[in-house]
Ligand binder design. Structure first.
Ligand code: SRM
Ligand code: SF4
Length: 588
């Protein structure tokens, strides 16, 4: 292992036996690979094998339409390749010009929809190879980029997008942006490949002068890395789900500093007891000026000690779980040359969003819209995409993407409020009160047809399942109870289902593992309750549980807390607990 002063962990030659991605990074010349050649190849719609991994660092995934896969195979055609592009939006704040650009790209090159992700980023699907460069160049014109939106680096830094509370919130957001910029890869590859080597006035400009990677080294990180900044009392960013977190401590409107969290993560694989979700540990407190040093040293520890042999065990949570949190704290303090202080008290009340109109401390208005699963599209009378385009044309504030796949039209002036209100009404855009409490606390990942890892439907199925669960809640007079419910098409956990009071994790077509008992504020993992069940069983189990909950809950007791208190599930604090439950979970 290298010491903290060495940039690359492999000082000479790469040893044998590492994960294949390590060799791909090694021969990529700082993420260039043969991407340029792949783009120029007219024979196929895909890119070369190595490049399929490298383009992720540039914010792009190669995909194919899974609904059409079999048909094309029968016709002896290659899969219908296209690309998903994820734009980096630190803290989720985008300008109206950026919104209009993403909207235009979705029409010109994408599938006519925009996807707001669970990490406050834009995703566009269905971009064919030849349109990737024009897409990147259009984004660049409005200072958007997609470098490090994916890949083995620190990704989009999330931050509570709440513009309402105090000036300190703005300051916290600025720290999220600084962390994001500080941890960006410094390679010029992005410029050379996508922007023809030209310099534009983007944030990448300044860093593009350097060719090496002072933080990451040539082999970057062993695996993806995610950082968030939370502002209590809202845990909308789900701080415990991430590799690195900063919880802002604000007193009387003044930012004192941040509690630091490490080692959270959601992904696991069915049937692999070595993999598991993990909630992050709170390890101490630092002052604002110390944040970048903490972030950099945490990243470097993971760079040096993360598992580069087995990618399945390469996330930072496994480095922490295997070496222990005390080892980690000591290593961090040693590298920093000073000690984190004792964590400061804080309290979370929810990991969901607030909806509707809210007036902020500076009397500006903010409208939190309900966006079903983050998908921006027009559908019948619900003309969400057109309406948002019209709003972006007149809006003088900004747009804020939330970690719950919603959107805030923020910083609306008193004079503009009625104009925006009229556009919202005209296009039948939902502001939250038209949908049930359950739906307001629900999320589903993308899954089919674009996600290559999806085992069951999620985004396309969740709305109809919610219709059924709403009826059950009505029957038990629980409609006013906020219950978090999340669904993913596979165990990777992109909609953070293990932190929802009802979590459904895809196992096969129409089949899900049901997780119950997570904390309402995202502070405790859910536990598997039933394995591999379909809609009929999900509904009949929930029916029984809602009946018991309605009859026996304490006042103000959340559903997850109730299930743990009465022993329906045992709380899961360790990987061993989690897997014991998985092994013993029954089908119905
Ligand atoms: Fe994710 C892989 C979509 C947030 C854990 N995720 C994928 C891919 C790229 C599939 C792939 O590798 O081929 C999915 C693309 C689907 C598509 O067609 O769009 C995908 N992930 C998403 C998004 C779009 C879900 C959404 O509905 O919004 C989210 C984009 C976030 C962003 O803007 O950056 C998204 N993914 C998450 C989260 C939630 C979070 O970070 O808060 C997680 C769990 C947290 C974590 O990382 O532990 C998550 N995604 C994964 C994993 C499992 C990682 C692991 O540790 O094992 C994979 C698979 C992998 O990396 O091998 C994955
Ligand atoms: Fe795809 Fe699985 Fe993530 Fe859903 S959870 S988007 S199915 S990788």
């Amino acid at each position: 292992m290298s010491d903290s002063k060495t940039t690359d962990i492999f000082e000479k030659e790469l040893p044998e036996g590492l994960a294949e991605n390590e060799y791909i990074k090694d021969r990529s010349d700082y993420l260039r690979g043969t991407i340029k050649e792949s783009l120029a190849n007219p024979v196929t719609g895909q890119v070369a094998i190595d490049d399929q991994q490298l383009i992720k660092f540039h914010g792009i995934y190669q995909q194919d339409d899974r609904d059409l896969r079999n048909e094309r195979r029968k016709q002896k055609l290659e899969p219908l390749y296209s690309f998903m592009l994820r734009a980096r939006v630190p803290g989720g704040i985008a300008s109206p010009a950026q919104w209009l650009t993403m909207d235009k790209i979705a029409s010109d090159f994408g599938n006519n929809t925009i996807r707001l992700t669970t990490r406050q980023a834009f995703q566009l699907h269905g971009i064919v190879k030849n349109n990737l460069r024009p897409t990147m160049q259009a984004m660049d014109q409005v200072l958007l980029d997609s470098i490090a939106a994916c890949g083995d680096v620190n990704r989009n830094v999330m931050c509570n997008p709440n513009p309402v509370e105090s000036k300190a919130h703005q300051e916290v957001y600025q720290w999220a942006v600084r962390i994001s910029e500080h941890l960006l890869p410094k390679t010029k590859a992005y410029h050379e490949i996508w922007l023809n080597g030209e310099k534009y006035s983007t944030s990448l400009n300044e860093t593009a002068e350097k060719t090496d990677e002072p933080i990451y080294g040539k082999h970057y990180l062993p695996r993806k890395f995610k950082t968030v900044v939370a502002i209590p009392p809202y845990n909308d960013v789900d701080v415990y789900a991430h590799d690195l977190g900063f919880i802002a401590i604000i007193k009387e409107g003044r930012l004192l500093g941040f509690n630091v969290t490490v080692g959270g993560g959601m992904g696991m694989s069915h049937g692999d007891p070595e993999t598991h979700p993990r909630v992050a540990d709170v390890i101490g407190f630092c002052f604002p000026q110390q944040v970048l040093a903490v972030a950099e040293q945490v990243i470097k520890i993971q760079r040096d000690y993360g598992n580069r042999v087995q990618r399945k065990l390469a996330r930072f949570k496994y480095t922490i779980a295997s070496r222990g949190i005390d080892w980690f704290k000591e290593e961090l303090n040693h590298r920093l040359g000073w000690k984190l202080l004792t964590e400061q008290p804080f309290e979370f009340v929810s990991n969901s969003d607030r909806y509707g109109w809210i007036q902020g401390y500076d009397s500006r208005w903010h409208l939190n819209l309900y966006i079903e699963n983050g998908r921006i599209k027009d559908e019948g009378e619900y003309r969400l995409r057109t309406g948002l385009r019209e709003i972006a044309k007149v809006h003088t504030g900004d747009f804020r993407l939330t970690a719950n796949q919603n959107l805030i039209i923020a910083n609306i002036t008193e004079e503009n409020k009625s104009v925006i209100e009229q556009l919202v009404n005209e296009h039948k855009i939902k502001i939250g009160d038209e949908v049930s409490k359950l739906r307001r606390h629900a999320m589903a990942c993308v899954s089919l047809p674009t996600c290559s890892l999806g085992m069951a439907e999620a985004e396309r199925y969740m709305p109809s399942l919610l219709d059924q669960v709403e009826l059950l809640l009505e029957k038990h007079e629980l409609s006013e109870q906020p219950i978090t419910m999340r669904m993913t098409g596979c165990p990777n956990g992109c909609a953070r289902p293990y932190l929802a009071e009802i979590g459904l994790v895809g196992k096969g077509p129409g089949k899900y593992n049901l997780f119950l008992g997570a904390g309402h504020h995202g502070e405790r993992l859910g536990v598997i309750y039933r394995d591999n069940i379909g809609e009929k069983d999900i509904l009949s189990l929930l029916d029984e549980l809602f009946f018991d909950y309605r009859s026996n809950r304490n006042s103000n007791e959340f559903f997850g807390d109730y299930l743990v208190r009465v022993g329906v599930v045992s709380p899961s604090y360790t990987a061993a607990d989690f897997h014991f439950e998985l092994k013993t979970a029954k089908a119905v």
